[in-house]
Design a protein around this ligand. Structure first.
Ligand SMILES: Cc1cc2nc3c(=O)[nH]c(=O)nc-3n(C[C@H](O)[C@H](O)[C@H](O)COP(=O)(O)OP(=O)(O)OC[C@H]3O[C@@H](n4cnc5c(N)ncnc54)[C@H](O)[C@@H]3O)c2cc1C
Length: 346
C-alpha cells in the first residue's frame, strides 16, 4: 500500500497559517492546512479588529479570517479538519498523526498552532470573550475610553496591560489573588507609581456580567485577607464578595503555546513551550526550527508581539523559507538519485 507525500502541511488555520497558505499556494505548491480544534484561530474570538492594515473602518475578526481562507483556497490551498497529536521528524518524509486517526506524510511542515491565552474560569467568560472581555489590551484597549476596567493577573504582562489601558480607561484596577506581585521590580514600580492604576489585593474574579449586545457591564470579585480567595469561597469559608460596575475585563495570566505534539521531536522549545527558531548565517531571522523541513510562524514562536499583523508577516516568511528549502531539497535529491520520491511504502 502506498500513501501520498504532501509537499507542505500547515498546522493551524489562524492568520499565520492562512498567510503561509496564500504565499505557498501562489508559489504553485498545494499546501494542506490542518484547521485544528479552533478553525480560524484566536481572531474568531473577537468582534472588531481596528489595527490590521488595509481596513480603515475596522473589520470583524471572523470576516478577516473568512476572507483569508477564501484567498488561500482561490490559489489552490486545501483545508482539512483535525489537529496534529504526535509527530516524527527523524528523516524524510515527516510523519504526522492526527486527532482524526489519520496519518500524513509531508516533506515540509509549518507549525502555526498559536498560543492560547489562559482563561480564569469566571462565570460567563465563554459568552463575553470578545464582547468587552479580552486577552489583549493592545488589541482592544482603545474600545474602552472612559470605562472602568479590570486587569486580572500579577505578572509583567498584567502590569504592561494595565499601564497601556490607563491611557484610555477612566480607572484600571489590577485584580490579583495574592498581596504581592510576581512582576519584575521595574514593572511593578511603574504600575504602582502610575496614578491611574489601582490594585485589588488578595482578590479574584468570580463572574462577569453583561451580554453580547451590551458588552461587559459588571463583575463579581471575591477576596480574603490570606489570598487565593476562590478556593476559600468554594470551601465555604468566610470571604468578602463585591459587585462592581465595569465596562471591560482583561485577562493577563499568560499564554499556553500549542506545542505538546513537538515535545518528543528535535524542535527546540523554550521553558514555556514556545518554538525556538534559529538565526542562520547572514540572515537576520528565519522561521526554520532545529528539525530539518519544519518551520514555525505566528504566536507559537513569538512571545513578544502576538498580533494578527505580525503573525501574518511571519506566515509569509515561513512560506518563503519553505519554498527555498523545498527547492534545495529537490535539487539535492535529484543530484543523488536522479528522481524525487512522490509516494512512500506504508
Ligand atoms: C479576544 C482577542 C482579540 C484580539 N484582537 C486582536 C486585534 O484586534 N488585533 C490584532 O492584531 N490581534 C488581536 N488578537 C491577537 C491575534 O488574534 C493573534 O495574535 C493571532 O490570532 C495569532 O495568529 P496565529 O495564526 O499565530 O495563531 P492562532 O490565531 O492562535 O491560530 C492557531 C491555529 O492553530 C490551530 N491548532 C492548534 N493546535 C493545533 C494542532 N496541534 N494541530 C493543528 N492545528 C492546531 C488552531 O485550531 C488555530 O486554527 C486578539 C486575540 C484575542 C484572543
Amino acid at each position: 500500500m502506498t500513501e501520498d507525500i504532501q509537499d507542505l502541511v500547515i498546522a493551524g488555520s489562524g492568520v499565520a497559517g492562512l498567510s503561509a497558505a496564500v504565499y505557498a499556494a501562489r508559489a504553485d505548491f498545494v499546501p494542506l492546512v490542518l484547521e485544528g480544534d479552533e478553525p480560524g484561530g484566536q481572531l474568531t474570538l473577537t468582534t472588531d479588529v481596528e489595527n490590521y492594515l488595509g481596513f480603515p473602518e475596522g473589520v470583524g475578526g471572523m470576516e478577516l479570517i473568512q476572507r483569508g481562507k477564501e484567498q488561500a483556497e482561490q490559489f489552490g490551498a486545501e483545508f482539512q479538519h483535525g489537529s496534529i497529536e504526535s509527530a516524527e521528524f527523524d528523516g524524510q518524509p515527516l510523519k504526522l498523526s492526527l486527532s482524526t486517526g489519520e496519518s500524513l506524510r509531508t516533506r515540509a511542515l509549518i507549525v502555526a498552532t498559536g498560543a492560547s491565552a489562559r482563561w480564569v474560569g469566571a462565570e460567563a467568560e465563554d459568552e463575553l470573550m470578545g464582547y468587552g472581555l479580552s486577552t489583549c489590551a493592545t488589541c482592544d484597549g482603545a474600545f474602552h475610553r472612559g470605562d472602568d476596567v479590570l486587569v486580572v493577573g500579577g505578572g509583567d504582562s498584567a502590569m504592561e496591560e494595565a499601564l497601556f489601558l490607563a491611557r484610555f480607561a477612566d480607572t484600571v484596577t489590577v485584580v490579583h489573588r495574592r498581596d504581592e506581585l510576581r512582576a519584575s521590580e521595574i514593572m511593578a514600580d511603574r504600575a504602582r507609581d502610575h496614578g491611574g492604576v489601582e490594585f485589588a489585593w488578595n482578590t479574584e474574579l468570580l463572574a462577569i456580567d453583561g451580554s453580547q449586545e451590551e458588552g461587559v457591564t459588571g463583575a463579581t470579585l471575591v477576596s480574603h485577607p490570606d489570598g487565593y480567595p476562590t478556593e476559600k469561597y468554594e470551601a465555604g469559608e468566610d470571604v468578602e464578595i463585591e459587585e462592581l460596575d465595569v465596562g471591560g475585563v482583561f485577562y493577563a495570566i499568560g499564554h499556553e503555546p500549542n506545542t505538546d505534539f513537538l515535545r518528543d521531536t528535535p524542535v527546540d522549545l523554550d521553558d514555556d513551550g514556545y518554538v525556538q527558531t534559529s538565526t542562520a548565517g547572514d540572515t537576520w531571522a528565519t522561521t526554520a526550527t532545529a528539525a530539518d523541513g519544519v518551520f514555525a510562524a505566528g504566536d507559537v514562536m513569538d512571545r513578544e508581539y502576538q498580533q494578527a499583523v505580525t503573525a501574518a508577516g511571519m506566515g509569509s516568511m515561513a512560506a518563503l523559507d519553505v519554498e527555498e528549502w523545498l527547492e534545495s531539497a529537490e535539487a539535492a535529491s535529484t543530484d543523488s538519485t536522479g528522481t524525487i520520491p512522490t509516494e512512500a511504502d506504508d
